[in-house]
Design a binder for this molecule. Sequence first.
Ligand code: ATP
Ligand code: MN
Length: 437
Amino acid sequence: MSLKKRGSDSLQFKTHDIEELTPAMVGKEIACCGWIEDMRKLGKMTFLTVRDVTGIAQVIVKEEAQKYLEELPRQSVIRIKGKVQETKAKDFSFEINAQSIELLAKAVHPLPIDPIGRLESNIDNRLNARALDLRNQKTAAIFKIRHHVLASIRKTLGEKKFIEITTPKIIGSASEGGANLFSLEYFGKQAYLAQSPQLYKEQMTIGLERVFEISTFYRAEKSHTVRHLSEFTSVDIEAAFMDYTDVMNVLESLIVNVYNDTANNCKKEQEELEIEIKPPSAPFERITYAQALELLKKHDIKLNFGDDLQDAHLRVLGKELAGFYFIVDWPLKLKPFYIHEKDDEPDLSKSFDLQFGYLELSSGGTRLHSPEKIKSRLKEQGLDPSKFADHLRAFEWGMPPHAGWGLGLDRLMSVITKIDNIREVVLYPRDSERLSP
Ligand code: ATP
Ligand code: MN
């Protein structure tokens, strides 16, 4: 047994990720790296459990390295060189007999949170030590699933010939009205943080037809809820030559694919979170805004046409309509200026929200593409068309009819993982009280 400094042998940092080690490798010399999750001394031997991002292994340490290990706090990072051997342990199918252990980085003791999760830490303490929290396998599982969700979305939209774009986050005018925008000083001028890519993605349909963006956007949300952050990740699409029912179908198949892909690719993560990702069956139920009012009436909630559905109303609807469903054909006056009216009922709009129970996941619709109509809608909504001059110019260049939606990725993540608080599924959440770390 030796305690070597790195550089004293020619092996690469590690020969294997822990998940690549198998009982078939008994007798083989390997090197792996990870952090000490647990340490038990039993007579002349010390048993370590060492984890890397892929898995966990038992390491047996004999002789002189033991004393050295005693001074090593858990979560310290080590490199182990040793041989794979058979084990008597119940929880492992092999173990590593250490020939040398190198300390790569020592962890302090005590740590601000217990990343093993034996001691529950509250969410604020965990967010304050977020990097360490990622050594908690439940937390790591959330972000591994998030990775697969993003990969799945890119795959589906790519197959449907959507082109990924990146639009500005620093913008010079309040693109959809001024409410809940963050403003900042930009070289002596007033600027804002974008709340969505709406106007840019619409313009991009002129040349690219079908576009999507996955980016963070910003809203000065004062409301303190488990579903709002001031910085959130939005998945946005915009497609020429589609109307709102077409883009609803895109959204529906995207959600089903995300469920199928994560159900298949995230088996360990589901176990870790004690969830089962069950793909929903399509088509999702579709009710109109008018039908939603009828349903609410049965629960003695009387709303007038044109009233918005508040949180309390959506909670009632969410009980009636479990899972994913669309609410379509909203009153035009509840929708932003760029939404198209219904041809036969101009008080209604070609619009939809995708809901999961009470929770709104996405809003979308057919957009206006006639510049005259947009100008008059802006005025109707008390907005000044001259402030939208750059955007309106593009509508004179042959703007195709188009439709699209924005989907809250963080909300979708909270639905997939069955974790209510959106802060759990965002690495470093930003809300009215939290700006660091
Ligand atoms: P809500 O009424 O729930 O505040 P919204 O109607 O203002 O949402 P949209 O402008 O329709 O939101 O944005 C599209 C999607 O982006 C929403 O359906 C939601 O999933 C997500 N989203 C919007 N604002 C936030 C936020 N502050 N935090 C997290 N996700 C958000
Ligand atoms: Mn919305």
